[in-house]
Design a protein around this ligand. Structure first.
Ligand code: PLP
Length: 424
């Protein structure tokens, strides 16, 4: 039944059936949670070898005792392994603590307060600083901007990545724009992979922008494909080297969703000139990162082939959870005109768009029967989705049975809200 073609009577009878289903779900006293993109415990178990892997050998390939202070850039072998994921040399790569978010904060804070190209380039000397935020996007990126007083300008994200025509005209017309957030492979939350043309145009953006422009390339899901056939991402380093814009591109990644979310290793890669500035600022915060953990990671993940095999084991655990949600959406909502959703080939999320004005209501209906969803609006700057329609679904953390139950409850809430709105 398509909601726009159904008669009043059809809608009334469908509503009565849905209200019964909703009441039955309420009776089950569910306690389900599809909110955060966290690895499930079976995924964490894939890396338990980290415990004890060093077997008392605390020396890296250069003979450094990793238990001691120092090495602010990270271990050379960790810089080589993780730099290669971002197509950068060890000299262009810094490996830090457990959180790439803290490295992103570091970069923006340094750009704001000290300037990446000397004090005259510090953003704080401008009256206004703005950042392009493809939407829907990652709430913590938005939180960093808000925290640092950077105004956010939303631009729609398409299946190919950010709407580049909109991005390019903003950058050309507005000299207060200092940069753009990007989650280029399996974007959070739509799961899209930026196509080659988008990557190339992002690498060229600085040519149009003020000299201190930054592409914040958060490649959090670089190796998180659900199958071998998932789309590849073009190398922004290769494009930026070609056009001489490496100073404007800062890439990030971490093993938060490879090994342990709370005890992984985070890394960034950019031009050597930028790294010099970042390193000197970082040295006020730390004498060096946790190199013991870096060495444990290098011993576990070893090389690209070993890492790929490890990620295949993650995919085997999480693909059924994605399928459970997608099958429920397809079975109950396909062709109904009550919403659309993405079918990601990797990453941690599915993005669902309700009919305009209904996301808050769907989240409320779900919460009332024990199914927690990410708050409506969270995927937009300042928590404000102008259409009130985007909901981020995160299927990795609950058990498969719980994901199935939550997805079933979710579609009932979507239908209930849509039909009530139509009848009203
Ligand atoms: N970037 C994106 C796009 C994410 O979705 C997440 C976590 O959900 C992070 C970064 C957090 O990364 P980390 O754990 O390395 O701080």
């Amino acid at each position: 039944m398509h909601i726009e073609q159904a008669s009043h009577e059809q809608l009334q009878s469908e509503l009565a059936a849905l209200e019964m289903r909703y009441a039955q779900l309420a009776d089950q006293q569910l306690a389900l949670d599809l909110t955060r993109g966290k690895p499930g415990s079976e995924q964490l178990d894939l890396s338990v070898q980290l415990d004890g892997i060093l077997q008392g050998d605390y020396f890296d390939a250069h003979g450094t005792d990793v238990r001691n202070y120092g090495g602010i850039d990270g271990l050379p072998e960790a810089r080589a392994l993780f730099g290669s994921l971002l197509d950068c040399s060890p000299a262009e790569t810094l490996v830090g603590g457990n959180s790439s978010l803290s490295l992103m904060h570091l970069v923006l804070e340094v750009a704001m307060r000290c300037g990446l190209r000397g004090p005259d380039s510090a953003w704080q000397r401008y009256e206004q600083n703005r950042f392009i935020c493809p939407v829907p996007g990652y709430d913590r990126h938005f939180a960093v901007c808000e925290h640092l007083g950077i105004e956010m300008v939303p631009v729609p994200i398409l299946a190919t990545g950010p709407d580049m025509a909109a991005v390019e005209s903003l950058v050309a017309a507005d000299e207060t724009i200092r940069g753009i957030w990007c989650v280029p492979r399996f974007s959070n939350p739509t799961g899209c992979v930026y196509n080659d043309d988008t990557v190339e145009r992002l690498a060229r953006l600085t040519e149009r922008a003020a000299g201190d422009f930054l592409v914040m390339w958060d490649n959090a899901y670089a190796v998180h494909a659900l199958s071998d056939s998932a789309p590849r991402l073009a190398s922004i380093s290769a494009c930026a080297r070609n056009v001489g814009t490496m100073d404007s591109v800062v890439q990030f990644g971490s093993t938060s969703k490879v090994t342990f979310a709370g005890a992984g290793v985070a890394f960034l890669a950019t031009s050597e000139a930028n790294l010099n500035v970042l390193r000197s600022q970082l040295s006020f915060q730390t004498i060096g990162p946790d190199k013991v953990n870096q060495l444990r990671h290098v011993r576990l993940l070893r090389d690209r082939a070993t890492l790929a095999a490890h990620m295949g084991r993650h995919a085997a655990l999480i693909k059924p959870r994605f399928d459970a949600v997608l099958n429920a959406l397809e079975a109950e909502l396909s062709g109904c005109g009550m919403g659309r959703w993405t079918t990601p080939e990797g990453g941690y999320f599915i993005a669902f768009d309700t009919l305009p004005g209904l996301a808050t209501e769907v989240v409320r209906l779900a919460a009332a029967i024990g199914v927690k969803l990410t708050p409506a609006g969270a995927t937009f700057p300042y928590g404000k989705d102008p259409q009130d329609s985007n909901i981020r679904l995160a299927p990795t953390y609950p058990t498969l049975a719980d994901v199935q139950a939550a997805a079933e409850a979710f579609v009932v809430c979507v239908k209930l809200a849509s039909i009530r709105q139509r009848l009203a």
